[in-house]
Design a protein around this ligand. Structure first.
Ligand code: PMP
Length: 427
């Protein structure tokens, strides 16, 4: 495969952008590779700067659930462009998107639009602290909630990929309020709450974990989070930046029947443009400025282009059978990958919920970050390299989930399984 143009661009990028990328995992360092520069995309396919075509399982890290260049989304963006791209004043589209999101996710009694998942989680945490008058935060090892100071303790995603325990620049005075404990461990959580419950402002969780690789939640774990937060007056925040509109139209909270106090969104809600959102109980959201004293603002928040892309995307997801079809595609992929690994006598743990999936090089089960870290990373790196050579575009890290889009057809799924059969055989 020719990659000269990507390499040339990366050399230039390294001189002007730290690590040559604007978000760390893109650099492909942990897999011993360099990034492909993408020229364009269509449906389930990405085309790089050297003209290679790839089947895309990253989907811009989640937003592209409809596939790339969906006509309804493109048309919505074009229409808005004819009116102007930013006014810094209220527009009809932000009300329409708020109403749409609230109709899909009943726990949202009010919502505030921001520009990224990180902004959503940082704002939700400040609100939880302002509302409860407490500082404590409970999170779970291997979960990633963006790069806000309070969340960078035993975090997943790029932090896990680069094996960074935390981050310089985050004051100890901030971190001392964060308690990070194992995912899916209801007992440890109960014990922590028994000890610290009265100091805890919020418990934040990825209701299906995707930033330590894909890890499904256990029902008793999620219900313990709801019961204990209620008992101690802490707020339960479902970070649905990844799972929102991905695992079901009402997110993981619909799937598992749990009503959090606050939820955060990103990725799909902006249809590929920069959007995040947080929302939840009206009595809490009323504390956000200017209605209340908890400050949070944004020059480009509610941007009309981004609102239009999000709205058009959500409307497509509401078509009958959308999630069933998407889940069936993903199950087929996961079954195929599992069979391919079996054929090659390579132990793997491959699982999915809806169109989120993951594959660890370990027998399993993988229930938490400690389990995920036992995956054979040398095998993962070889698998990643082999699949990329066969034009399958996967996240360049063991500690990321994969995403299937509605544009992935039988042909793409079949080609992916065939590629995996050949790559796994040679690992
Ligand atoms: N929360 C979760 C669960 C995420 O997966 C991510 C990003 N992968 C974030 C928060 C941060 O979102 P963003 O990258 O848009 O800031």
């Amino acid at each position: 495969m020719r990659t000269e143009r990507s390499q040339e661009l990366f050399k230039r990028a390294e001189l002007c952008i730290p690590g040559g990328v604007n978000s760390p995992v893109r650099a492909c360092r942990s897999v011993g590779s360099t990034p492909l520069f993408i020229d364009r995309a269509q449906g389930a396919w990405l085309y790089d700067a050297d003209g290679n075509a790839f089947i895309d399982y990253v989907g811009s890290w989640g937003p592209m659930i409809l596939g790339h260049r969906h006509p309804a989304v493109e048309q919505a963006i074009r229409k808005v462009m004819e009116r102007g791209v930013s006014f810094g004043a209220p527009v009809d589209l932000e009300v329409a998107l708020a109403e749409k999101v609230m109709s899909l996710v009943p726990s949202l009694e009010m919502i505030r639009m921001v520009n990224s998942g990180t902004e959503a989680t940082m704002s939700a945490l400040r609100l939880a602290r302002g509302f409860t008058g407490r500082n404590g935060l409970v999170k779970f090892d291997g979960c990633y909630h963006g790069h806000g100071d309070s969340f960078l303790v035993d975090a997943g995603s790029g932090v896990a990929t680069l094996s960074i325990p935390g981050s310089p620049g985050v004051p100890d005075d901030v971190i001392k309020h964060t308690f990070s404990i194992p995912y899916n461990d209801a007992e440890t959580f109960r014990n922590l709450m028994a000890e610290r419950g009265k100091d805890i402002a919020a418990v934040i969780v990825e209701p299906v974990a995707g930033n330590m690789g894909f890890v499904r939640p256990e029902m008793n774990f999620l219900s313990a989070l709801r019961d204990e937060t209620e008992k101690y007056g802490a707020l339960l925040i479902f970070d649905e930046v990844m799972t929102g509109f991905r695992v079901a139209s009402g997110g993981a909270q619909e799937l598992f029947g749990i009503r959090p106090d606050l939820s955060t969104f990103g990725k799909i809600i902006g249809g590929g443009l920069p959007v995040g959102a947080y929302g939840g109980r009206r009595d809490i959201m009323k504390h956000v400025a200017p209605q209340g004293p908890v400050y949070q603002a944004g020059t480009l928040s509610g941007n009309p282009l981004a609102m239009a892309a999000g709205l058009a995307t959500l409307e497509e997801l509401c078509r009958p059978g959308f999630y069933e079809t998407l889940a069936a595609k993903t199950r087929k992929l996961v079954e195929g990958l599992t069979a391919a690994a079996k054929e090659a006598h390579i132990p793997v743990w491959c699982d999915c919920i809806g169109s989120m999936f993951g594959l660890f090089f370990i027998e399993g089960p993988v229930r938490n970050f400690a389990d995920a870290r036992k995956s054979d990373l040398n095998r993962f790196n070889a698998y990643y390299a082999g699949m990329r050579e066969k034009c399958i575009y996967l996240a360049p890290s063991q500690f990321e989930a994969g995403f299937v889009s509605f544009a992935h057809g039988d042909e793409e799924i079949h080609a992916t399984i065939q590629a995996a059969r050949s790559v796994l055989k040679n690992l």
